[in-house]
Design a protein around this ligand. Structure first.
Ligand code: PGA
Length: 248
């Protein structure tokens, strides 16, 4: 099985209803991309975006979900709620959630299981800090995050992994092509050890992906797409990345 190519946009805490115009522009410019095109807006926009994207190829995802199915968790959102609002994916364990909300691998694992139980595909994020890279522990850190956050029952159809070096997110800096290649090859092998066959699991790179570097990054072996933050907010920029992936 070959991995699905996925261009995923993470709007983070950005976007009011007026931003839905970007979705219309994106769909108009890329009605039939040769890759999956996914946007993860803030939860407040999910249902509206689902409505706005009806009949198009755009897929939607959440940016986080709670590990429980329902209950007394003020301010939290369950996997079933995301699904109900139109999501088919959910980003989990993003480094901003790990840093801002103290999310551990164990918690990310529990959330991933909750997502799977509702039929959502988790996009499990992992990545080293700059200090960890400088200390030469990148593969060790990433390996243990992968082992700790990915459900063992995952299959190629129900798992996406995003490698996002923390120091490359929102900074304009990216690893070298050789560094991305090293991590992605390592991830494919480590995942195979964990879940059996990982040949078809989509492995995304994230961190300062933009129109100017997308083609080069998508040429790296075992890079099956991107998780894009800042450059996903504008239809023109994200559309260029979608086009680059479609051509890869
Ligand atoms: P960035 O964010 O593209 O703005 O660096 C990537 C991410 O956090 O997923």
């Amino acid at each position: 099985m070959t991995p699905r190519k996925i261009a995923a946009g993470n709007w983070k805490m950005n976007g009011l209803a007026a931003a839905l115009a970007e979705v219309a522009a994106l769909n108009a410019a890329h009605p039939a991309p040769a890759c999956a095109m996914l946007l993860c807006p803030p939860a407040t926009l999910l249902a509206q975006m689902n409505w706005a994207a009806k009949g198009s190829n755009l897929k939607l995802g959440g940016q986080d979900c709670h590990q429980d199915a329902s209950g007394a968790h003020t301010g939290d959102i369950s996997a079933a709620m995301l699904r109900d609002a139109g999501a088919t994916y959910v980003i989990l364990g993003h480094s901003e959630r790990r840093a801002d909300h103290g999310e551990t691998d164990a918690l990310v694992l529990a959330k991933a299981k909750a997502a799977l139980a509702c039929g959502l595909i988790p996009i499990v994020c992992i990545g080293e800090t700059e200090a960890q890279r400088d200390a030469g522990t990148t593969l060790q850190v990433i390996g243990s995050q992968l082992d700790g956050s990915v459900p063992e029952e995952s299959t190629a159809a129900t798992l996406v992994v995003a490698y996002e070096p923390v120091w490359a997110i929102g900074t304009g800096r990216t690893p070298t092509i050789a560094q991305i290649a090293e991590v992605h090859a390592f991830l494919r092998a480590r995942l195979t050890a964990k879940i059996g066959t990982a040949a078809g699991v989509s492995l995304l790179y994230g961190g300062s992906v933009k129109p100017s570097n997308a083609t080069q990054i998508f040429a790296v072996p075992h890079v099956d797409g991107a998780l894009v933050g800042g450059a996903s907010l504008k239809a023109a920029d994200f559309g260029s990345i979608v086009a680059a992936l479609s051509a890869a």
